[in-house]
Design a protein around this ligand. Structure first.
Ligand code: MLT
Ligand code: MN
Length: 297
């Protein structure tokens, strides 16, 4: 199994257009310790020939330009993309579908809740209706055309995206994690870009994986407030912080295999490679995903 990080930041990316915080300013200035990052997405393959994409970020056009594995075959419009999987209806995970609208030569896969919530309230996404399938929780489904990768959604604590509040009710299918297993080798990956709480079922999913990508939005509960007075805390925004009481780092550090934080908000101090916060994460063996990173499993 080969995993490529197409984008490692949360919605907004780094620098974020309206943000004058230290990370965004340093990224704009070309500081090598704070490299620019695009919005969250992974690509996954078994053979490096055909790929699937986990969440479609608003930056997908540039992400695909930078990644030769997903370029069309020369002289054709044949793109080696099998499935685009969505783990929620959050805009930073789904806007990329509108960018990929020129050809519907791939399949979109989400839970029924995510499909219906988006299609019912957002006419533009109906362009994708014909290729958009849904699958129940905890049921295996082939991710790629050859059936080499088996995927299944598992529920995590639901967070209704801000734009759907009052339009849709939280449900077990609102926010999911994705388990991907390579059928031939049994290699297992877990992808949880939105994690509000580390309940025992979610922890068991993470623990059973050889490789995991986990919500690293905020380093601490009140981080956003420093830049945006009155902003809600991390948990109220649906993101378990990395540190502080009942946070993620200490638990993730105990798990076997490899762990990477993904979906960092532009306020997160770990985006500065030279920061003590980045060192603290590295010291317990947890990685920080970056754009263009590739992992072989
Ligand atoms: C999130 O991850 O919480 C959302 O993407 C925030 C948003 O609505 O931009
Ligand atoms: Mn997000």
């Amino acid at each position: 199994m080969r995993v490529r990080v197409l984008g490692s930041c949360a919605g907004g990316g780094l620098p974020q257009w309206n943000c004058g915080g230290p990370n965004s300013q340093r990224a704009r200035a070309g500081d090598p310790a704070v490299p620019p990052r695009t919005q969250p997405s992974l690509a996954i393959s078994t053979d490096g020939e055909r790929w699937s994409i986990l969440n479609a970020s608003p930056d997908i056009r540039d992400q695909l330009t930078r990644f030769p594995g997903l370029h069309p075959r020369p002289g054709t419009r044949d793109v080696p993309l099998d499935t685009v999987v969505l783990t929620s209806a959050e805009l930073d995970h789904v806007i990329g579908l509108l960018v990929l609208r020129e050809a519907l030569s791939y399949r979109v896969l989400s839970t029924h809740w995510v499909r219906e919530a988006i299609l019912e309230h957002n006419a533009a996404w109906r362009l994708l209706e014909a290729v958009w399938g849904s699958t129940p929780l905890d049921i295996p489904v082939s991710l790629d055309r050859n059936g080499a990768l088996e995927a299944r959604f598992f529920p995590v604590a639901p967070k209704v995206p801000g734009y759907l509040r009052e339009l849709a009710k939280p449900h077990a299918e609102t926010t999911v994690g994705l388990r991907v297993v390579e059928r031939e080798t049994g290699a297992r990956m877990a992808f949880v870009p939105g994690l509000k709480a580390l309940d025992s079922a979610t922890l068991a999913e993470l623990a059973a994986a050889d490789l995991r990508f986990v919500d690293g939005t905020f380093f601490s509960e009140d981080e956003l407030r420093a830049l945006r007075p009155g902003a809600p805390g991390a948990r109220a925004m649906g993101h378990l912080p990395i540190t502080g009481p009942e946070s993620s780092l200490a638990t993730l550090a105990e798990l076997p295999g490899r762990t990477f934080y993904l979906h960092m908000n532009n306020t997160n101090p770990i985006l500065d490679r030279d920061s003590p916060e980045a060192a603290r994460v590295a010291a317990v063996g947890v990685g920080i995903a970056f754009d263009g990173m590739e992992i072989e499993l």
